[in-house]
Design a protein around this ligand. Structure first.
Ligand code: ADP
Length: 292
């Protein structure tokens, strides 16, 4: 059994805590990483672990948490440190007891809109990160259509080709890329996005306040975050209404939502294969029918 000593020394040095080895609770973990809670009471930290060569993934996650925290809008766990111990990379962050019974989705909608008010002149980010375990390119760009075409849709289509998904997906996908400017003609601002905002990446603290975590941050069209909240459910009508009250969406969102979620569906195809191929093709067909 591991005593976490090497990791604890790094966490204690970075955070000023004095967590003793021995107080550890391995928890189920998320989709990608092993997770453990170290320490007791207010000293507790939430730690995710993976192979040492994935350190950069955790560094990008810590940078994303810090970027969102700096907006002082929606709560995120405070990142404490990242590092390597032996053959393991880790990220340590503030532990927040999640699963509050009376979660406040209205606050979540308002606060997400507030976070999206943090804008930049260019789309992208100062560093790449990952979406699930897939690399996500964030090279900064003045033009949203080109950014989406190259670094989102194009990147995933190319990965799909390398994974053996050639033929129809590629031909129709390429046609969609050519027509993107007529679908994305609403001149969005470059807002700070969580980037991977499915229902598994929001929770509610004991006081009901929303907490978002496990980000894949970049600056982009806020509708891309909103679209993902609708992809697998879990956010609800009150959340959406509160968001729109704080910052209404422009017309045409329903079509753009499909386009933004297509990115995640092709990513799922690349990660998991199977039924995501027909889902991706179906979405592309619907989008091609919208081209003017
Ligand atoms: P993964 O990167 O493996 O997908 P997540 O970051 O989604 O892992 O975390 C896995 C689970 O751990 C989450 O679903 C959530 O319930 C819980 N969790 C995440 N961050 C914290 C935190 N800072 N404090 C307490 N629990 C957390």
């Amino acid at each position: 059994m591991t005593d976490w000593q090497g990791i604890l020394e790094q966490i204690n040095a970075a955070s000023g805590r004095c967590i003793q080895s021995g107080h550890s609770q391995v928890i189920g973990g998320g989709c990608i990483n092993q997770a453990v809670v170290l320490g007791q009471e207010e000293q507790r930290v939430f730690v995710k672990l993976n192979r040492a060569e994935l350190l950069e993934m955790f560094e990008a996650e810590a940078a994303g948490l810090a970027e969102m925290a700096a907006t002082k809008s929606i709560r995120v766990p405070e990142p404490l440190c990242t590092g390597v111990d032996g053959d393991q990379a880790f990220i340590a962050m503030e532990y927040i007891a999640l699963g509050g019974r009376r979660g406040d989705p209205i606050a979540a909608g308002r606060q997400l809109a507030e976070m999206h008010r943090a804008t930049r002149p260019r789309f992208g980010w100062h560093r790449d990160n990952t979406i699930g375990s897939t690399p996500q390119k964030n090279t900064e760009h003045d033009d949203w259509v080109e950014f989406w075409s190259e670094q989102r849709l194009g990147f995933q289509l190319e990965l799909a080709a390398r994974n053996g998904y050639r033929g129809r997906l590629q031909q129709r996908g390429e046609r969609l890329r050519q027509g993107l400017s007529s679908l994305l003609d609403h001149a969005p601002a470059a807002s700070l996005l969580h980037g991977d905002l499915w229902g598994g990446n929001i929770g509610y603290a004991a006081d009901g306040q929303p907490v978002i975590f496990d980000p894949a941050c970049y600056y982009g069209d806020r509708e891309a975050d909103l679209a993902m909240t609708e992809l697998f459910g879990g956010f609800g009508g009150q959340f959406r209404a509160a968001y729109e009250e704080a910052w209404p969406l422009s017309s045409g969102y329903a079509v753009r939502k499909q386009l933004y979620n297509l990115y995640h569906i092709i990513n799922h195809l690349n990660l998991f294969g199977g039924g995501y191929l027909s889902q991706a093709e179906g979405m592309i067909d619907q989008l091609l029918a919208e081209l003017r």
